[in-house]
Write a protein that binds this ligand. Structure first.
Ligand code: SF4
Length: 470
């Protein structure tokens, strides 16, 4: 499993929309950097182009010129289920019984193996190892008089997280799973409609944010306008990590600007873990707002002690461990002349495996920092995620194996403070029961996940198993 993806869709009669989708994907680049793709239609079949790497690497001007159409979808991928290879790039095209759809997915389907086996028995072909192809084929295989009926039927079978944009020959459809784990929102440019993982993509293409697509909602956009179909689930489980790390600080989710939520995390960290220091700094870019919040609340000046090379990918979501470790050294350069001899409060978004943070602390110490006090915007992550985030197996999570003082020593910090769960909820300023908090609490919104956790534990080497069970 890996991290989130970014999805985008647009319905814009009279416009050629490939470049608009390209720029929207550009705005959603932070959600996935392994591959990108665009599918469009203009009443003459669905055309698609996918490529590996960043959006700017995946498309040439010629590729975009060939994507003529007024309805389209796009995707930035981080592999969740399915490995990182060209065939798994999205959108996925699926065909059956004279129907063709393109589908782009953000999330992770927990029961995809079971569904895949069933569909294969019914004669459906699979060309990728991705769970997104399972969703696409399941929709095609589902009974129903129209797309909405087919999707509703498929949703009853799907377990897990899915924010989808779907392209048929004449419709754009947005779908959000009944728990609403991943965000999805609706926007408009004049009388044209768009759907995006985050509102920042709408801003960049000049669209107005209209509203979030609700958990369990299907939005169908075609020549008859926008129609919404929705069944209440009762329980919501929006991933709290959208607020801590995944989403861009200029996006708005559940009416909250992410920048302000992160700034509040920093302020509350000041209350929970005050310490005397010369400077506060946030590990750029995801903890910058929280660092400013800590500084504002404590009165300790903020300083940019680490400069980031913005052209190196996000280390947490790099595809393999070796690149992840090398990436830390390539990514940051400390401002030695500013921080030498100073006591620093360093605010970071989260600690997952604990592979990145010791390098950051070490860089600061080598640059002459007298003290390094770490403050983290999330509680300790002790449980893996089954909703499409690569938190690693449980035994790889540093907080599942070590106490907070042990982690502090391992990271080489002078002190370590994790934001409390109550503090996090207070910072986000939304009801606690709308969130998935499972990686902190081990309480999963869908019970089957616990079974998967047990299976994952049983698959571990024995020495790692005993350590994890302690
Ligand atoms: S387990 Fe954690 S990372 Fe996964 S969806 Fe829930 S809150 Fe998000």
């Amino acid at each position: 499993m890996r991290e989130s993806c970014g999805v985008f869709g647009i319905y814009a009669p009279g416009m050629n929309i490939a470049h608009t989708i390209f720029f929207a994907l550009f705005a959603l680049q932070h959600r996935g950097q392994e591959s990108a793709g665009i599918a469009v239609t203009d009443d003459d079949g669905i055309k698609i182009h996918t490529g590996m790497g960043l959006v700017s690497q995946a498309f040439t001007e010629t590729d975009l010129a060939l994507l003529q159409g007024y309805i389209g979808i796009g995707h930035n991928r981080y592999s969740t289920t399915g490995s990182s290879r060209p065939v798994n790039a999205q959108p996925i095209i699926a065909k059956s019984g004279g129907m063709t759809i393109a589908l782009a997915h953000n999330g992770n389907i927990i029961n995809s193996k079971l569904l895949r086996d069933e569909l294969q028995e019914r004669g459906y072909d699979f060309h990728t190892s991705s769970d997104s192809e399972v969703i696409a084929n399941l929709i095609l295989a589902s009974p129903g008089r129209n797309w909405q009926n087919k999707i509703e039927y498929a949703m009853r079978r799907l377990q897990g997280a899915y924010s989808l944009v779907i392209l048929t020959e004449d419709k754009l459809i947005g779908v959000r799973d009944p728990f609403g784990v991943r965000p999805l929102c609706l926007g408009a440019i004049d009388s044209r409609w768009s759907i995006a993982s985050e509102s920042c993509a709408l801003d960049h293409i000049g669209a107005r944010f209209i509203r979030e697509i609700e958990p369990g909602e299907i939005v169908v956009i075609d020549s008859h306008g926008v129609k919404s179909f929705k069944k209440e689930n009762g329980k919501k489980a929006l991933c709290i990590f959208e607020y801590i790390y995944f989403a861009r600080p200029d996006s708005i989710i559940q009416g909250k600007l992410l920048y302000q939520a992160r700034e509040a995390m920093g302020r509350i960290l000041t209350e929970e873990y005050p310490v005397d220091a010369d400077f506060v700094m946030g590990v750029p870019d995801s903890a910058t707002a929280a660092g400013i919040g800590y500084s504002n609340a404590s009165g300790i000046p903020y300083c940019e002690g680490l400069l980031k090379n913005r052209y190196v990918g996000r280390t947490f979501i790099e595809p393999d461990q070796r690149i992840r470790e090398l990436g830390v050294q390539l990514k940051f350069n400390p401002l030695a002349r500013i921080i030498a001899g100073k006591k620093l409060i360093v605010v970071d978004d989260s600690i997952v495996r604990g592979t990145t943070t010791p390098h950051v602390v070490n860089l600061l110490r080598k640059a002459g920092a007298a003290e390094v006090h770490l403050r983290i915007c999330a509680p300790p992550i002790r449980y893996p995620c089954f909703f499409g985030v690569d938190m690693a197996a449980r035994w790889q999570l540093i907080a599942a194996r070590k106490t907070v003082p042990e982690i502090r020593d391992y990271l080489g910090a002078d002190s370590l403070g994790y934001l409390s769960l109550d503090g996090l909820i207070r910072a986000v300023d939304l009801p606690r029961d709308i969130f998935c908090l499972a990686c902190f609490t081990g309480v999963y919104p869908i019970p089957v996940q616990i079974e998967m956790d047990k299976l994952a534990l049983e698959a571990l080497p024995q020495e790692e198993l005993s350590e994890t069970r302690l």
